[in-house]
Design a protein around this ligand. Sequence first.
Ligand SMILES: [Zn+2]
Length: 301
Amino acid sequence: MCWNGINKLADRKKIKNNPRQRPWLTASLLGLLLIITLAAAFYFIFLRAGYTTGPVRPVYQYNQPHASTRLIIPVSQKRPFIAKIAIVIDDIGNQKKLAEEIMALDLNLSFSILPYRPFSKILARKAVSLGRDVLLHLPMEPQDHKWNPGKGALLLSMSRADILTTLTGDLAQVPMAAGVNNHMGSAFTENRAAMGTVLTDLRQHKGLFWLDSMTTPRSVGFAMAREMGLVSARRDIFLDNIQKSTAIIKQLDKLVNLARRQGHAIGIAHPHPETLKALKRYQYTLRQKVQLVGIKTIMLM
Ligand SMILES: [Zn+2]
C-alpha cells in the first residue's frame, strides 16, 4: 500500500466518525429524544395524575370505610327533640289475664290500681316487677249515683277524718304507688273542701303526686294541687271511651299530635279487649313517633 492509499483510508474513517458530516443521524437522535419526552409528559400528566374523561367511579376496598361513613354528625342532629307520652291504664284489679297481657306490651305503660279488688295486690307487684309506674286509682263519688265507685270510695258525706282514714286504707292496698288519680269522682273532684283534704294529705304526709283524671271539666283538683305546690298533672285524652279499636287508634293519633304540639301528653285507657287490640296495632307507630315514658317522668318535667 502506498502513502496515498493510506491517506484515502484515513479520510473515509474521519467522515464515518464525524457527526457533522451525517445530519440524518443527529435528526434521528433528536426525534427519539422528543418522543421519549412526550411519552414521559403524557404518562405524568394523564395517567399517573388519575386524569379521566369519563365519570369518576369510587373505588372501594375491603376494610376501608366509604368516605360518607366517616362523616361526623353533630350531637344535636343525632338526637332531635322527641315528644313524650305517658299512657295510664286505669281500673286495674278486677281481672288478671287481660291486665297481664297489657302489661306485657313494650310500651312503658303506667298502671293505676283500684283498692280492695281481687287482683289489686298481685297486679301491682307484677307492674312494679316489670319496672312500670304504679298509681292508686282512688275511688271517688260520681254525680250519677247509678255508678258505684266501689269499696274504699271517698264520699262528700264523709267527715274530714273519715276521708283521711279511708285514703290511708286505700293507699295501704297499693303501698308502691308513686301517685294517685281519681276513679269516677265527677262529684267529689268539683268540691274544694273535700279535694283540699285529700290533696293536703297527699302533699304533707304521703309524698305522692296527683293526676287529675278530669272526669268532669269542672274538677278543681289540678288547679288546687298547683296552688298548694303539689306535684300534679291532668289527663289530656281518654283513649277508649268508644270501645272499638279503630276509634281508639284515632284517639292515639290525637294523643301523638298533641304531644308533638305541647312536648308531652297524658292518655288514660282501660283494660278492655279492644284497647289491647288497638295498642298492639298501633304500638310500632307509637314507638317510632314519640318517646313512651312512665307517668312519673311527665310529673317531673
Ligand atoms: Zn276508673
